[in-house]
Write a protein that binds this ligand. Structure first.
Ligand code: ADP
Ligand code: MN
Ligand code: MN
Ligand code: MN
Ligand code: MN
Length: 397
């Protein structure tokens, strides 16, 4: 009992230190806000919100500006810059970091008013950016730059990715949303894919996110409640090339923004609750290339890919969370539907392995495979990059 209390205190301390920054913020009155955000937007004024990954490699930052030109392609969007010394990405003296726009999406937050909110005509945009230093070199946290090169080199094989993004809702004090304070809800069992007031927490947020992602133009494929109460999943894909990882980052941005509105924090920590019998949060990546889709023969290509992956467990684990494997160690314990961090394993239809071949894929002898190792807070550019390097480019070591 005593040791449980001590561990619980440590857990609380860790979580609070990590997440608490705004415990006393009172939610703002949305009725007042609606007076102003619904004011019509003047002609020839459009808003662009630039979004980038900060020095943590996990958190996102954004800032917005007004432009006078419509933008239908990312090529129409100009470069911008920001103060990298305030995001853990530069020293004080030489702190300007370039923002290179790489993809645009419809903005589901700042609408234009009236008919212009139609998804086909809304000209307010979310602008996903790469970060470059003054010498135009990608920052350490800019994994996209190399990933794009890799994926382009195998474009003829149409590398296709489907992400299952799991996440956990936390109150502002860092405790899981809807859980009794400093205590635990009933044990796991009734929550996965659940319905009901005491089973599924904050569905409004989940549905809002779903709709906002669709409006933005993302390939969001579905949602479900997860095994631990107040944890959820959504899927992005199947999507070809760099577009898949770009979309996953934007979907995370939208999720954090909607969390702001509800006063709920979004945690992508791979093991948010370490005390007790609670599942962690992953980001399974489903992957294939053309030859894996071929009727009858695809499975052979999948098995060959798995053989290559089996020889690179340590390398892959370094790319599957932003802490080079440290975060994922807490999650990949071999319990709670995970495989061991140290050992590679694969099987058909099993959820206790590194790589799973879905049952239907084995039946059809073609399709895709699922890499269950990436953590919820993984950088999808790192994951898709190393997958293609190993499977398609035969990189070893
Ligand atoms: P489970 O929870 O059983 O692992 P989900 O239904 O949550 O499976 O997710 C399945 C994922 O597989 C989705 O992200 C989907 O986009 C992806 N997927 C389906 N077909 C393909 C494919 N051909 N290539 C890559 N990903 C795929
Ligand atoms: Mn300033
Ligand atoms: Mn799933
Ligand atoms: Mn899941
Ligand atoms: Mn899965």
């Amino acid at each position: 009992m005593r040791s449980t209390i001590v561990t619980l205190k440590m857990f609380v301390k860790r979580t609070l230190v990590k997440f608490t920054s705004a415990v006393d913020i009172r939610p703002l009155d949305k009725l007042i806000t609606s007076k102003y955000v619904n004011l019509p937007q003047p002609k020839n004024k459009f808003l662009q919100t630039y979004i980038w990954i900060d020095g943590t490699g996990e958190q996102l930052r954004s800032k917005t500006k007004t432009v006078s030109e419509q933008t239908n392609s990312v090529k129409d969007v100009s470069w911008w810059s920001y103060d990298g010394s305030s995001t853990g990405q530069a020293e004080g003296e030489n702190s300007d970091i370039y923002l290179k726009p790489v993809a645009i999406y419809r903005d589901p937050f700042i609408l234009m008013g009236g008919v212009s909110d139609n998804p086909e005509t809304n000209q307010n945009k979310l602008v996903l950016c790469e970060t470059l230093d003054t010498d135009m070199k990608p920052l350490k946290t800019n994994w996209r730059s190399d990933c794009e090169k890799t994926l382009k080199s195998v474009a003829d094989q149409k590398p296709t990715f489907g992400f299952e993004q799991e996440y956990t809702l936390l109150d502002r004090d860092g405790w899981p949303f809807g859980w009794p304070k400093m205590a635990f809800p009933g044990s796991q069992g009734p929550y996965y894919c659940s319905v009901g007031a005491c089973q599924a927490y904050a569905r409004d947020l989940v549905d809002s996110h779903y709709r906002a992602c669709l409006y933005a133009g993302l390939d969001i494929a579905g949602i479900n409640a997860e095994v631990m109460p107040s944890s959820w999943e959504y899927q992005i894909g199947p999507t070809i090339g760099i577009d898949a990882a770009d979309q996953l980052w934007i979907s995370r941005y939208i999720l954090h923004r909607i969390g702001e509105e509800y006063g709920i924090q979004i945690s992508l920590d791979p093991k948010p609750v370490e005390v007790g019998d609670w599942n962690g949060a992953g980001c399974h990546v489903n992957f294939n290339v053309e030859e894996m889709k071929k009727k009858g023969e695809g499975l052979k290509a999948i098995e060959k890919a798995i053989e290559k992956l089996s020889k690179r467990q340590r390398t892959h684990m370094r790319h599957y969370d932003p802490a080079f494997g440290k975060d994922n160690k807490r999650r990949l314990t071999g319990e709670h539907e995970t495989a061991s961090y140290k050992e590679f394993s694969s099987d058909t239809a099993s959820r206790a392995v590194s790589i799973r071949i879905p049952r239907q894929v084995a039946d059809n002898q073609c399709g895709y495979f699922e890499d269950r190792r990436p953590a919820a807070n993984c950088d999808p550019y790192q994951v898709t990059n190393i997958l293609v390097k190993t499977v398609c480019l035969n990189e070893t070591g």
